[in-house]
Design a protein around this ligand. Structure first.
Ligand code: HDD
Length: 756
C-alpha cells in the first residue's frame, strides 16, 4: 500500500489507544511516564549539564570552516538553492507572462532575492564606521602573571584574537588616510571568556566624562545641514568644540601631530587609554595602562602624501594590512603594561590616573612587555567578520577589572546598547566572529536573531526543575569576581574633581618632546585645519589655546593664519619632555617596506633582476615600474612589470631606485637616451610621470637611489645628487644597501623643512 496511507493508519491506531500509550513521536493520550520536560510534577535527579551552546568553532586552527559552519558556508555546494534549500533552475530571469509580457507577482524566487538584497545593509557604526580587520594569535610571555590571574596572560598561553582597526569620523566608504584618531580594538577569545581591549592609537581622549561623547562626536561629524566635510576635523564645529572645551587640547594636539596620519595600521601604536585594574590570584590589585608596540616602529605619512593617497588609493591602509598578511609578512605588536600601585588616591607622580586626558610618560613608568600579537589571517568575508564584530569594554575576564574613570563607566553602557541598533537585537554574541571560544551556559533567552536552541525548562535561578543547573562558581573556579574596591562615602554631585582641571601641562609635555621636524608638521596641521574654518573667532580662540601650550607653537600657527599671536592666560607648565613620545631618532626593521624600481625597456634588466631579488631577500617588497604593463626583456627571460608610469604614484613606495644603464635606449619617438635607458621625449627629457614620481618622493623625505647612467633622470626631476638621502652609485646592490639603511629611520628627516 501507499506509504502515506500506512503512516496515517499508524496515527489512527495510536489515537484509538491500546493502553500502552503512543508510539514514539506520535501525539496521543498519555502512556507510560516520559521524563518531565513540558509539565514536571516533582523534584527529580538533576539533568546532566547542558551542552555547550556556543556552537562549533567558526574555523579550524588551519583556517578551514568546521562542523556545522561548513554547511553554512555560502556557495559550498554544486547547486544554487533558495534560502530554504530548494534547488533553482534559473536565477537570471523573472517569471513573466511570455518573454515580452509582464512580470508575475507569483514569482516567489524574484521576491525572495530582491527582498534579501533590499536589506543587505545594516546601520554603520556611529563612530569608527570605516575599518579593517584580521585574525591572529596572542602569545603571552607570562610576565604579567605576578599581577593578574587572567589565564591568557600565563606563560606561553596562545589565544586566538580578532583585531579591527578603524578611523573614527568617516563613513564606511570614506578614505583611509584622513587626519583622525585610529581605533585599535582587540578581541581575545580566552579560555575564560572574551576579553575586548577597545583602544586607540592615541593614548588620551577628548573628554573626561562619557556624558560629553555625543557632544564631541556631533561637533566632529559633518555639519548637519550640508553633511560636509566627510571624515575631516578641519571645520568650524570641531574647532568650536575643542577650543571651548579645553580638556580636548591634549588629544587634539596628538591628532595634529604625525600620529593623526599613520603610514599603515602595521606601524601604529595602540593604547587602552583608561587605567585598568589587574587582580592577582591572592586578590591583590595593581593599576595598569595597556600598550601595543608595533615591531616595525611607529611611522606616519606626511600631510601632502596623505592627501594624495586619499584620491589615488582610498583603501591604502586596508589594502596594506591585507596584502602584508597575504604575503606572509605578519604584522606584530608587543603587548605591554605600565604598572602603578593601587593607592586610594589613584595618582602616580602627581598624574591623576582616572583622568583619560592624561598619559604617564614611559620614562616614569616603563612599558613592560607581556606578550606578542601576530595577525596572520585575513577575514574570508568582510561583512560577516569585520562588519559584524562587536567590541565592548565590559567584556572582561577574571584578573582584569575596571577603575572609576568616568569615561570608561559610560562606555560600559554605550557599546552594548549600540549593538542592538547595529546588529538588530541582543543576540549579537551568537554571530560567529563574536562567539566566545569558552563554553557558554547563560540564562539569556529568545530575542531577535536567536540561533541557539536552548534546552531545559528553567532559565532562572534558583530552580529545582533543571536540578538547580547551571550552578554559579566562585573565584576558585575561575568565576569573574569584582575587586572589592572601597567606594568613599560621598554626596551625589554632577561635578569633576579639581585634579581634572589642568588642561595644558600634558599637551605642553607632548610639544616639548617633539623633534624640530615633528613640531614643523604640527604647526602645519593646525594652520591647515584652522584656515579651513570660516569663523574668525574660532581661529582666535584656537590661538589662545595654543598660547597656553607653547609660544613657539602659537606664533608658528598665527603667522600661517596671518593673525597676531596672543599671550598665554595661564602660567606655562614646567614639565620635562618624554623622548619616548617622538617618532624620530630611532632605527626600525625594514620588513615589508616597498621599494619602487623604476626602469624602462632599455634599462639594465640584469641589474634590475638582481636588485629585485635582493629586495625580496631582505624581507622588503620590490615593485618594478616601467612605461607599460606586461613584461620587460626577451621572452623566456622576461621580467614582470608591477606598475606602469600611469599607475605608479610616489605614495605607494617607501623608497625609489632608478635602475638605468649606461647603454643606449630609444623611446617611442626614436629619440636616443644614452643615459638612463628610460623612455624620453625628443629633447631627451625623461617621461614627466617619472619626474613627478621622483619629485614627490623627494619632497616627502623618501630615500632615492640611482645607479650610474640613471642619475641624469634625478637631475632632470630637479633632485640634487648631493641632497640628504639621495644615493648615486655605480651598481644597484650598493645603492640598495644604503637605501635600506635610510629606511630604518623611516624618512630622510634632514630633508625637511619641505613643501610637505
Ligand atoms: Fe568608542 C566604537 C575606542 C570612547 C562609544 N570606540 C569604538 C571603536 C573603538 C573605540 C576602537 C570601534 C570598535 C570596532 O572596531 O568595532 N572609544 C574608544 C576609545 C575611547 C572611546 C579608545 C576612549 C578612551 N566610545 C567612547 C565613549 C563612548 C563610545 C566615551 C560613549 C559614551 N564607541 C562608542 C560606540 C561605538 C564605539 C558608539 C560605535 C560602534 C561600536 O561602539 O560598537 O558605542
Amino acid at each position: 500500500t501507499n506509504p502515506l496511507r500506512r503512516a496515517a493508519d499508524k496515527v489512527t491506531d495510536a489515537l484509538r489507544g491500546d493502553g500502552t500509550g503512543p508510539e514514539e513521536g506520535i501525539p496521543g493520550k498519555p502512556g507510560p511516564r516520559t521524563p518531565p520536560v513540558a509539565e514536571p510534577t516533582g523534584p527529580h535527579e538533576p539533568y546532566p549539564p547542558k551542552p555547550d551552546q556556543t556552537g562549533p568553532d567558526t574555523v579550524s586552527p588551519t583556517g578551514q570552516p568546521t562542523g556545522a559552519d561548513q554547511a553554512r558556508t555560502a556557495q559550498s555546494g554544486s547547486y544554487l538553492t533558495n534560502a530554504q534549500g530548494t534547488r533553482l533552475s534559473d536565477t537570471d530571469h523573472s517569471l513573466k507572462a511570455g518573454p515580452r509580457g509582464p512580470v508575475l507577482l507569483q514569482d516567489h524566487h524574484l521576491r525572495e532575492k530582491v527582498m534579501h538584497f533590499d536589506h543587505e545593509r545594516i546601520p554603520e557604526r556611529v563612530v569608527h564606521a570605516r575599518g579593517a580587520g584580521a585574525h591572529g594569535v596572542f602569545r603571552s610571555y607570562g610576565a604579567a602573571a605576578n599581577v593578574t590571574k587572567a589565564a591568557f596572560l600565563s606563560e606561553d598561553v596562545e589565544t586566538p584574537v580578532f583585531v579591527r582597526f578603524s578611523t573614527v569620523l568617516g563613513s564606511r566608504g570614506s578614505s583611509d588616510t584622513v587626519r583622525d584618531t585610529r581605533g585599535f580594538a582587540t578581541k581575545f577569545y580566552t579560555s575564560e571568556g572574551v576579553f575586548d581591549l577597545v583602544g586607540n592609537n592615541i593614548p588620551v581622549f577628548f573628554i573626561q566624562d562619557a556624558i560629553k561623547f555625543p557632544d564631541v562626536v556631533h561637533a566632529a561629524k559633518p555639519h548637519p545641514d550640508r553633511e560636509i566635510p566627510q571624515a575631516q576635523s578641519a571645520h568650524d564645529t570641531f574647532w568650536d568644540f575643542v577650543t571651548l572645551h579645553t580638556e580636548a587640547t591634549h588629544h587634539t594636539l596628538w591628532n595634529m601631530s604625525d600620529r593623526g596620519i599613520p603610514r599603515s595600521y602595521r606601524t601604529m601604536e595602540g593604547f587602552g587609554v583608561h587605567t585598568f585594574r589587574l587582580v592577582d590570584a591572592a586578590g591583590g590589585t595593581t593599576l595598569v595602562k595597556f600598550h601595543w608596540k608595533p615591531r616595525l616602529g611607529v611611522h606616519s605619512l606626511v600631510w601632502e602624501e596623505a592627501q594624495i593617497v586619499n584620491g589615488v588609493d582610498p583603501d591604502f591602509h586596508r589594502r596594506d594590512l591585507a596584502d602584508a598578511i597575504e604575503a606572509g609578512a605578519y604584522p606584530e605588536w608587543e603587548f605591554g603594561i605600565q604598572t602603578f600601585p593601587d593607592t586610594p588616591d589613584q595618582t602616580f607622580e602627581g598624574i591623576d590616573l582616572l583622568d583619560p586626558t592624561n598619559l604617564v610618560p614611559e620614562e616614569l613608568a616603563p612599558v613592560q612587555p607581556i606578550g606578542l600579537l601576530t595577525l596572520n589571517r585575513n577575514p574570508s568575508n568582510f561583512f560577516a567578520e569585520t562588519e559584524q564584530v562587536a567590541f565592548h569594554p565590559g567584556h572582561l575576564v577574571p584578573g582584569i577589572d575596571i577603575t572609576d574613570d568616568p569615561l570608561l563607566s559610560g562606555r560600559l553602557f554605550s557599546y552594548l546598547d549600540t549593538q542592538i541598533t547595529r546588529l538588530g537585537g541582543p543576540n549579537f554574541a551568537q554571530i560567529p566572529v563574536n562567539r566566545p571560544h569558552a563554553p557558554v551556559n547563560d540564562m539569556l533567552r529568545d530575542g531577535m536573531h536567536q540561533t541557539a536552541v536552548h534546552r531545559g525548562v528553567a532559565p532562572y535561578r534558583p530552580n529545582s526543575l533543571d536540578g538547580g543547573c547551571p550552578f554559579t562558581a566562585g573565584a576558585d573556579l575561575a568565576a569573574y569576581v569584582e575587586a572589592p574596591v572601597r567606594v568613599p562615602e560621598a554626596t551625589k554631585v554632577r561635578e569633576a574633581p579639581a585634579s581634572f582641571d589642568d588642561h595644558f601641562s600634558q599637551p605642553r609635555r607632548f610639544w616639548l618632546s617633539m623633534s624640530p621636524v615633528e613640531r614643523e608638521h604640527i604647526i602645519g596641521a593646525y594652520t591647515f585645519e584652522l584656515a579651513k574654518c570660516y569663523e574668525q573667532s574660532i581661529r582666535e580662540r584656537a590661538l589662545q589655546v595654543l598660547a597656553n601650550i607653547d609660544p613657539e607653537l602659537c606664533a608658528g600657527v598665527a603667522t600661517g593664519l596671518g593673525l597676531p599671536a596672543p599671550r598665554p592666560t595661564v602660567p606655562l607648565a614646567d614639565v620635562a619632555p618624554s623622548p619616548a613620545l617622538s617618532q624620530v631618532g630611532r632605527t626600525w626593521p625594514t620588513d615589508g617596506r616597498i621599494i619602487g624600481i623604476v626602469t624602462g625597456p632599455d634599462g639594465d634588466l640584469d641589474g634590475v633582476r638582481a636588485v629585485r631579488q635582493e629586495v625580496l631577500d631582505s624581507g622588503m617588497v620590490p615593485l618594478v615600474v616601467a612605461p607599460t604593463g606586461g613584461t620587460l626583456g626577451p621572452e623566456g627571460d622576461a621580467l614582470d612589470v608591477q606598475r606602469t608610469y600611469a599607475t605608479a604614484r610616489s605614495v605607494e613606495f617607501d623608497a625609489l631606485l632608478v635602475a638605468g644603464t649606461p647603454g643606449i635606449g630609444t623611446d617611442a619617438h626614436g629619440a636616443r637616451d644614452a643615459k638612463a635607458g628610460l623612455p624620453t621625449d625628443r629633447n631627451g627629457t625623461p617621461d614627466p610621470r617619472v619626474g613627478l614620481l621622483l619629485a614627490e618622493a623627494y619632497r616627502h623625505g623618501k630615500a632615492i637611489g640611482a645607479t650610474k647612467g640613471a642619475q641624469s633622470v634625478l637631475e632632470a626631476a630637479g633632485i640634487p645628487l648631493d641632497a640628504p638621502g639621495v644615493i648615486a652609485g655605480d651598481g644597484a646592490a650598493p645603492v640598495l644597501q644604503q637605501l635600506t639603511q635610510l629606511l630604518g629611520s623611516h624618512r630622510v628627516w634632514d630633508r625637511f623643512p619641505s613643501a610637505a
